[in-house]
Design a protein around this ligand. Structure first.
Ligand SMILES: [Zn+2]
Length: 116
């Protein structure tokens, strides 16, 4: 099961103020890797590619961090030094989003480096 593993990894790099649900979905998709549903506080990861089957583990974790960054962007923008949520309607990824995702990736890279 990758859900508990991903949540365990996240705990090591960030303590979420607001919980979210995690759905690991095996329905094959062509382009969509995951999604975040704000009203339900739901992170969804699509594990299978229509043509190539199961996506590589590392890619799934990257998608997970991406969707978690969306969650954090909405639920605790102040944690990442922003006073308000900077999302511009109609634009998928705000500057704040990229800052959060960059920070998560940086912290995870540090964890990996420490255990090498
Ligand atoms: Zn996105």
């Amino acid at each position: 099961m990758i859900a508990p593993l991903f949540l365990q990894r996240l705990e090591r790099i960030h303590a979420c103020r607001v919980e979210f649900d995690l759905d690991i979905n095996t329905r094959p998709t062509t382009h969509v890797l995951g999604g975040y549903y704000r009203s339900r506080r739901l992170v969804r990861i699509y594990t299978h590619d229509t043509r190539d089957g199961r996506r590589p583990f590392r890619e799934l974790f990257e998608t997970f961090l991406h969707e978690v960054a969306h969650h954090l962007e909405y639920t605790e923008p102040q944690t990442f030094h922003a006073k308000v949520c900077h999302r511009v309607p109609g634009r998928m990824h705000s500057q704040l989003f990229w800052r959060i995702l960059g920070e998560l990736k940086f912290r995870w890279a540090e964890v990996v480096a420490r255990h090498r």
